[in-house]
Every structure is written in structure tokens, then in C-alpha cells.
Ligand binder design. Structure first.
Ligand code: GLN
Length: 463
């Protein structure tokens, strides 16, 4: 815990954390040590440093969604997933940075500023760019983390914790995991409770898991998964425990490559890794076949209508009365609502509220919202058809390209960029499916930070 705290301080320039809960962490670590010394039985995550995206409620710890609207808001309760981590002895290091209300795919759009990708400070990146050694003050050419759970991805990738919670509505766990070279797992909708996750799109939101290796993701999933009476969409029998055999035989697997995912915007680098991965499976005896998800091209527009409609409804709760920010204007209730929301939300959030209310207007409802619901069903059925045809798993890229430099990312309108980048990830949220971004080999990536911690949960607990 102390090593991770020291790493958090040394990598503060990454802007991965909004709140560092040092006191809480040290107290929890001490209690864990006492349990160990007294020979009490230990939880699956006893003594393991974890971080939580700042859109999960944490009792007594500020929860901001990286928005002026919630600055200063301290929830009186823990999200179910946070409580389950703590019940298994995890040590909460802090709350991580994100795009405001998890809307985005860069982690560049929150009020606390953008998150920097730890790989920007690696030897590999410096050599690739033929740049001088990066230091904390180097501010021009760093890479984005992806998002919206970029703070969680950077926190895990920079070894400041072993696991972090993200949220995934259209790719927000997998996208930053891909850009930061770690595991990002989006569980099936209904497997993990959303109670206490401040909603973006209730029908697609899922708490996500970010770790440095697949085993750790399975351990954390085992802790989180299961029915929660406070979330009626959670399934009764999650089929626990989640165990990984040490040797996975892929020779009996049928792996589908969706032909619609071969889009012109796909970078040559990602494309070549995609085919390398397919070849690797083939060489281990798996059957790799081309499959079709014919409604893929509608997924982004469909997501846009459904996401903004749910956002318009969800964000109604932020009215200046119940939570967080309230403006100084008191001429009328209406004026107070309007000014509070103008001051509290950034333009991405306001834009989505406006778009959603437009789609939900009486005269537009059938033409947009209902139609999008029907298209969503077609998209989900594409997956059902492929899996019913004997395919076990789909192999797809996570993002169109590797992480881009910040200055390049902000050149384009973030909303357009968000939409393009989610092409490979959004559809599974609409279908409620599980999806995973696999890891790259773990090591401390920030070149000038020499301190390191044991790579995974099992080794850390042994030590
Ligand atoms: N990029 C998508 C959006 O902005 C996904 C966000 C998410 O998964 N939280 O809506």
C-alpha cells in the first residue's frame, strides 16, 4: 500500500486520480495486516490496493463525475461494487479521473483536466518519436489514455494499484485499457450490480474491471459478480466461481472474425495485429472463420439516439436541489434550474441532453427513439445468429488506432472522435454481451519512475 501511495505521488503528473484517499487506504491496509497477523481468514483481495472511477459512489469520499455539477458531493453510501471490494479486504487508494459523466473516449473532457498515458513516458515511445527523455514537465506530445475510464487505466498501467473499477457503456473500459496496454473487461449486462454507479445509459451501463493480467480480472469479477437486491437487472445465478485453468486449450474453439469490422479507418498497425492474433489462434488449432454482423454500420447512430435519450432523462436529477452545485440566481425556480445546469455541465453533456430531448419529443419519439430500439434488437440478433451458428468467440480490434497524441486528439471535435472510436465496442453494449481487451506484458512503463510493485494479486498477497 505504501509503495503504491509513493507511486501515486511520483506519477501525479499523469492526472490519473481526482481524489487520493491516503488516510482511508493506510487504515484499511493496517486492518488487513492485523487480520493476517492474527491468523484470521483473508478476503480474496485482502491488502490489495485498488482504485475506483469517480462515477461510483463512495461513502464519505467525494464523488464528482469530473463535473462542476458534483464537485463537493459526498455520497452517504457505497456503490455495491465498491462495498464488495471492501468486504473482501481491498484497500481503496482513491477515485480516478474520467470524461465528464463518462461521456467521451479520450479522458480529455473532465473538469480536472486530461489524463496522460503512462506509455508517453516510456523508453519505447521516446525512441519511436526520437525525442529527448520525457520528464514530468514535458507537456507537448503525450498520448491520450483513451476513455472514459482513462484515470483507472493509467492508475493500473502505472502500477499505482492492482485493479481499478471503470464503467462501460459503449467501450469506456476496453478503450482506455487498449490504449494503456492492460486488461479491460466488460462483464455481461446484469452480471455486476449498477447500484451506486452514477448512470449514463441505464440500459447499457456495466461496471468494468481494469487489471494488469487476466487472472486478476477473474479474481475481481468473482468478488463483484452476483445478484444485488438493489439492482433489479442483476441476474439471480451468475454461475460463480470464475476460475481460469492455467492452460487454456483453444484447439476446440471456433473464432469468428466479423467482416464488417474491417473498416477503412482501421490503422494498418491494428489491422496487422488483428491478423497476427487470428494466425496465432489458428496455429494452436482453433478454427478461425469469417462471420457477418450485417447491422454493424447502424450501431453508432443507433447508440447516439438511445444514449442521448437516456442521458436527457437521467440528467434531470441534477437540478440544483438535491446534489452538488447550485447557482446564486434565485429569481425563480426555473431560472435557478437553468443557470445551475448551465454552470454545472460542460458542453458535451449539455449537447447530449438537448439531442436526447429532441429525440423524445412527442412528434419525434416514434421516428427516432422507437426506431432506434428496433435497430438495437437487430444488432443484438446479429450476435445471437453468429453464436447460434457454432461460433464460440469473436475476435475484433478494440480501437481504430493506437493511442494518439493529445494535441492530435483535440484537433477534431471530441464528439465526432468519440463516435468513430467506439465502432468496435458499442454494439456489444447494445447486445449486453461480455467483452475483453487483453493485456500486454506488464512492467513499470513510466521510464523515470524506478519503484515497482509485485505484478499481480497472487504475488502481492504472497509477499
Ligand atoms: N464513448 C462513448 C460515449 O461517449 C462511450 C462512453 C462509455 O462507455 N462510458 O458515449
Amino acid at each position: 500500500c505504501q509503495k503504491c501511495l509513493s507511486l501515486i505521488k511520483k506519477t501525479k503528473f499523469l492526472n490519473a486520480y481526482i481524489t487520493i484517499s491516503e488516510e482511508v487506504a493506510l487504515k484499511q491496509a493496517e486492518e488487513s495486516e492485523k487480520r493476517y497477523k492474527k491468523g484470521h481468514s483473508l478476503g480474496a483481495l485482502d491488502g490489495i490496493p485498488v482504485a475506483v472511477k469517480d462515477n461510483f459512489s463512495t461513502s464519505g469520499i467525494e464523488t464528482t463525475c469530473a463535473s462542476n455539477m458534483l464537485k463537493g458531493y459526498v455520497p452517504p453510501y457505497n456503490a455495491t461494487v465498491v462495498q464488495r471490494l471492501l468486504d473482501q479486504g481491498a484497500v481503496l487508494m482513491g477515485k480516478t479521473n474520467l470524461d465528464e459523466f463518462a461521456m467521451g473516449s479520450g479522458s480529455t473532457d473532465g473538469v480536472f483536466g486530461p489524463v496522460k498515458n503512462p506509455w508517453s513516458y516510456s523508453k519505447q515511445y521516446r525512441e519511436k518519436r526520437k525525442q529527448k527523455p520525457h520528464g514530468e514537465n514535458e507537456d507537448s506530445n503525450w498520448l491520450i489514455t483513451g476513455g472514459s475510464s482513462g484515470g483507472s487505466a493509467a492508475a493500473v498501467s502505472a502500477f499505482t494499484c492492482f485493479a481499478a473499477l471503470g464503467s462501460d457503456t459503449g467501450g469506456s473500459t476496453r478503450n482506455p485499457a487498449a490504449h494503456c496496454g492492460i486488461v479491460g473487461f466488460k462483464p455481461s449486462y446484469g452480471l455486476v450490480s449498477r447500484h451506486g454507479l452514477i448512470p449514463l445509459v441505464n440500459s447499457m451501463d456495466v461496471p468494468g474491471i481494469l487489471t494488469r493480467c487476466v487472472d486478476d480480472a477473474a479474481t475481481v469479477l468473482g468478488v463483484l459478480a452476483g445478484h444485488d437486491p438493489k439492482d433489479s437487472t442483476t441476474i439471480q445465478d451468475p454461475g460463480k466461481p470464475f476460475m481460469l485453468s492455467s492452460l487454456t486449450d483453444v484447439s476446440k474453439l471456433c473464432i469468428g472474425i466479423p467482416k464488417e469490422y474491417l473498416v477503412p479507418e482501421l490503422s494498418s498497425e491494428v489491422r496487422s495485429f488483428w491478423s497476427k492474433a487470428a494466425n496465432l489462434f489458428e496455429s494452436e488449432g482453433a478454427k478461425v472463420i469469417e462471420v457477418s454482423l450485417p447491422h454493424t454500420s447502424y450501431s453508432i447512430v443507433c447508440y447516439h439516439v438511445l444514449c442521448t435519450s437516456e442521458v436527457a432523462s437521467n440528467m434531470a436529477r441534477f437540478d440544483g436541489l438535491e446534489y452538488g452545485h447550485r447557482c446564486d440566481i434565485d429569481v425563480s425556480t426555473e431560472a435557478m434550474y437553468a443557470a445551475t445546469r448551465r454552470e454545472g455541465f460542460n458542453d458535451v453533456v449539455r449537447g447530449r441532453i438537448l439531442a436526447g430531448n429532441f429525440f423524445l419529443l412527442k412528434e419525434n419519439y416514434a421516428n427516432y427513439f422507437i426506431k432506434a430500439q428496433k435497430v438495437r434488437r437487430l444488432i443484438a440478433n446479429d450476435f445471437v445468429n453468429v453464436f447460434n451458428s457454432g461460433v464460440d468467440v469473436l475476435l475484433t480490434p478494440t480501437t481504430l488506432s493506437e493511442a494518439v497524441p493529445y494535441l492530435e486528439f483535440i484537433k477534431e471535435d471530441n464528439r465526432t472522435r468519440s463516435a468513430q472510436d467506439d465502432i468496435f465496442t458499442q454494439a456489444v453494449n447494445m447486445a449486453g454481451l461480455p467483452a475483453r481487451q487483453p493485456e500486454q506484458p506488464g512492467r513499470q512503463v513510466v521510464e523515470h519512475v524506478v519503484e515497482t510493485v509485485p505484478g499481480d494479486v497472487k504475488n502481492a498477497q504472497k509477499q
